[in-house]
Write a protein that binds this ligand. Sequence first.
Ligand SMILES: Cc1cc2nc3c(=O)[nH]c(=O)nc-3n(C[C@H](O)[C@H](O)[C@H](O)COP(=O)(O)O)c2cc1C
Length: 214
Amino acid sequence: MEVRISEIRKEYTKGKLTQCVINDNPFRQFEEWLNEAIDSKEDEPTAMIVATVSVEGHPSTRTVLLKGLDNDKFIFFTNYESRKGRQLAKNPYISLSFVWHKLERQVHIEGRAEKCSGKVSDAYFANRPYKSKIGARISPQSRVINSRMEIMRAFVKEVFKLAGHEIKRPDNWGGFAVTPTRFEFWQGRENRLHDRIQYIPQKDGSWKQERLAP
Ligand SMILES: Cc1cc2nc3c(=O)[nH]c(=O)nc-3n(C[C@H](O)[C@H](O)[C@H](O)COP(=O)(O)O)c2cc1C
């Protein structure tokens, strides 16, 4: 059956977002929505699209898993020498987007990323499954490789090399902590008249809420 993609559409009717019900604090509002996404059995509720920008001003995106919200910073882990890692080293401005289709919701966050401390990255790395630790050590993430065989060989070699030893976090792998400077919460509504509320930080530490046109 041929599906015309221009005809794929649905009405969004599952909820609404008003300034009466939204939390004054965007972090608490985010936690509330994330918990609802987890409860609704959303696939990969912690998956977020991470956008970074090259020094030439060219944006790029990829999916990454949120691993914590510590002291109001969004934490994720990756290879510091990956494409995103190299871009963030030169330009720390970042954008994170969560989409929860079952709830017809999305959240956009803009901010600055900084590397987590070695202690934070070590603590997370220590809890990763053994094979993920090996993978992080041997994969030159985002670099061109000759074949899958090349990476499988490196994996097996590392397993033998480190047999019986503690698997340490490599220096080129760790966390980024994102400090938000803008939030937008989006709830799909009927007739494409969606609810959008943005939070902008104020000098006194509070967050100003504003409704945006859909
Ligand atoms: C659901 C999902 C979760 C992912 N989680 C991570 C992650 O937590 N960290 C990571 O480095 N890459 C993760 N990836 C892989 C990235 O999307 C990406 O391929 C990789 O980080 C290299 O990106 P870059 O070359 O733009 O730096 C995930 C991919 C998917 C689809």
